[in-house]
Design a protein. Structure first.
Length: 217
C-alpha cells in the first residue's frame, strides 16, 4: 500500500483567475516519470474554482473522465450541445472517444470544489458519450467498462467499517473525514494505492466519505 498525502499533490491552475488545481499524478508541467498512472487511473485532480471562475473550452480524446463534486455546483458544457449542472452526490462521466471539447465553470455564488479522475480506456477511439447519475446511493457501484474499472462510494458513520474490494489495483481517496486503512490513518484529500488488495477493511475514525476505484489488471 502506497499512501499519498493531500499536501504532496502537485499545485497548478491559475489562482489569480480563481482556479486552484492539485494533482495526484504527473500532470502538465509537473512531469514525474515514476508517477504516471496507477492501473488505468492516470489523473486524480482536486479542482477549486472561485465563483465565476472556470476552465475555457478545451479538448479531450481517448480518456474516460469521471467527476465528483465535493462542494458547490459545477456547470458543464460540451461540443455536443449538452449543458448540465453537477452537484454533490452526482457522478458525471464523459467518454471522450475520438474527441470532444468542453468547458467547466463555477456559475454559482459559493466556491466550488470537485475531483476529476481520468482513466485510460483499454481501446482507443469510439464515439464520445456523456452520462450523469444524480444522487448515487451509498454502496451502489458505478462501472466504467471501457477502462475495466468500478467506482464505489462509501459514506461511513464514526466507527463503521467497509470492505475494500479485492482487486489487482484499488485506489482509495478520502473525500471528507478520516479513516484507518491497514494501520494508516487517512484524512481528507489523502489517498492510498493498493496493489493486489485482499481482505482489507476501512474503518471510519470520524464520519467519512470515500471513493474507491476497483481496477482490473
Amino acid at each position: 500500500m502506497d499512501v499519498r498525502r493531500a499536501g504532496e499533490r502537485y499545485r497548478g491552475g491559475d489562482p489569480e483567475n480563481g482556479t486552484d488545481s492539485r494533482h495526484a499524478f504527473s500532470f502538465g508541467p509537473h512531469y514525474d516519470p515514476d508517477n504516471l498512472r496507477f492501473g488505468a487511473l492516470i489523473a486524480c485532480n482536486e479542482e477549486r474554482l472561485a465563483p465565476g471562475a472556470g476552465f475555457g473550452e478545451h479538448p479531450h480524446s481517448h480518456t474516460e473522465i469521471v467527476t465528483w463534486v465535493i462542494e458547490g455546483e459545477l456547470t458543464h458544457r460540451d461540443s455536443t450541445g449538452r449543458r448540465t449542472t453537477v452537484r454533490p452526490g452526482d457522478v458525471q462521466h464523459l467518454s471522450a472517444g475520438t474527441g470532444v471539447r468542453h468547458t467547466e465553470r463555477n456559475d454559482g455564488a459559493v466556491p466550488l470544489v470537485f475531483l476529476q479522475m481520468w482513466l485510460a480506456p483499454r481501446e482507443a477511439g469510439g464515439e464520445s458519450a456523456y452520462r450523469t447519475v444524480t444522487g448515487i446511493a451509498d454502496s451502489t457501484p458505478y462501472a466504467v467498462p471501457a477502462a475495466g474499472a468500478m467506482l464505489h462510494v462509501r459514506r461511513l458513520a464514526p466507527g463503521e467499517r467497509t470492505a475494500v474490494p479485492d482487486a489487482a489495483f484499488v485506489y482509495v481517496h478520502v473525500v471528507r473525514g478520516a479513516v484507518r486503512l491497514d494501520g494508516e490513518e487517512l484524512g481528507a484529500g489523502d489517498a492510498a494505492r493498493v496493489t493486489d488488495a485482499a481482505d482489507l477493511e476501512a474503518a471510519a475514525v470520524t464520519a467519512a466519505e470515500l471513493l474507491l476505484w476497483e481496477i482490473a489488471p
